[in-house]
Design a protein around this ligand. Structure first.
Ligand code: XIL
Length: 349
């Protein structure tokens, strides 16, 4: 699309200026290059990136974010600690900044996340709740936040990371106090507050067929049978070279499609033990190519989101010490082999 291409030229110019490259004309080098969003769109998919509020002051960064992608996700700004820091007191500043950016750049928004066990405010975790009290708190949170963003959101990650690796329910505050019914309740309240948003369950280590993805498969079957508004399953896809590629990804996506659900790769990164070298980056590129191809092979896999696009702002080094280099662009915003591999998977010659 012309719109994307124009924005890409501007973005590339900004990066080159930031990198101090004065000689080559960015237009010469790139004016025929389509963006990942353009390529995905040709296949009826989107290509998105997470982003986070602190990095939005980096204009070379926002130039690429605004041009290369047609979907964005707040990495933190819509989580409970940010949106309801005190009971009944809502703070939309971080989430709104990202929703406004999406609107400015003509992007859609994957909103993330309403019910999770991490990044909760202290007022919620530092005391005991009865089931009735906690249900009322959860209902108010979901109705208020989803209403606030109504009309601006393509999809909501309603419940995040509900299962353990062995497929049993994770013993979160929600599960322990409310039982497994909190998931259906959360979906119903979210649907009530924004009937047009697609509602997802989202988790990591569910890319392959196995006990954890089986748990989602069974839950999704149950919820659909009960008429609960569930529209998609988000496979985070925080992958790591040392654990091997999830070879059953495509089969797994397909079985969820057959339940009548959308699927999406929602938080993709492919980390590696540091330092990165040519061999590891080549293997990483293969993985990005393969996961893109897997999504394209399954009709209801609607799109791919990377968990930010540049290693400069990746969460990996802080959370997995000694690992990193997980994203398609390096810390200097130079495309890595993974970037070309994704383009190749989209059939670009
Ligand atoms: C991460 C953010 O990227 C970090 O900035 C934050 O400190 C911790 O959370 N699964 C999820 C995301 O669903 O919300 C997490 O995001 C990464 C793992």
């Amino acid at each position: 699309m012309r719109k994307h291409r124009l924005r890409l030229v501007v973005a590339v110019a900004a990066v080159l200026v930031a990198a101090g490259a004065g000689t080559a004309s960015p237009a010469q080098a790139h004016d025929t290059q389509s963006t990942l969003a353009d390529l995905a769109e040709r296949h009826g998919r989107y290509f998105g990136s997470a982003t986070d509020n602190p990095e939005l002051t980096d204009t070379a960064y926002t130039a690429v974010l605004g041009s290369e992608f047609d979907m964005i996700t707040p990495g933190n700004g819509m989580k409970w600690y940010a949106s309801e820091p005190e009971p009944g007191v809502f703070d939309w500043s971080a989430g709104d900044e990202i929703a406004d950016l999406a609107r400015r750049d003509h992007q859609r928004l994957r909103a993330h996340t309403l019910v999770w066990h991490n990044q909760l405010p202290g007022w919620l975790t530092d005391r005991e709740w009865t089931a009735d009290e906690l249900r009322a708190v959860l209902k108010r949170h979901i109705l208020t936040e989803v209403r606030h963003y109504r009309g601006k959101v393509y999809s909501w990650d309603v419940v995040n990371e509900a299962f353990n690796e062995d497929g049993t329910y994770r013993e979160t505050l929600w599960y322990k106090t409310l039982g497994p019914g909190y998931i259906a309740d959360a979906l119903r309240w979210a649907h009530q507050a924004d009937p047009h948003a697609k509602l997802y369950l989202n988790d990591y280590n569910i890319e392959a067929v196995g006990p954890k993805s089986d748990a989602y498969y069974r839950l999704a079957q149950d919820l659909r049978a009960q008429g609960v508004p569930l529209h998609g399953i988000g496979l985070q896809a925080h992958l790591a070279l040392q654990y091997g590629y999830p070879a059953t990804l495509e089969d797994n996506l397909r079985r969820f499609s057959r339940l009548g659900l959308d699927t999406a790769l929602t938080e993709v990164d492919v980390r590696m033990p540091l330092p990165a070298d040519a061999e590891k980056l080549a293997e990483q590129a293969d993985w990005y190519r393969d996961l893109t191809a897997a999504c394209l092979a399954v009709r209801r896999c609607v799109g791919i989101t990377v968990w930010d696009w540049t290693d400069k702002y990746s969460w990996i080094p802080a959370f997995f010490p000694g690992e990193g280099a997980a994203l398609p662009w390096d810390e200097e915003f130079r495309p890595k082999p993974a970037y070309a591999a994704i383009r190749q998977a989209f059939g670009e010659r």
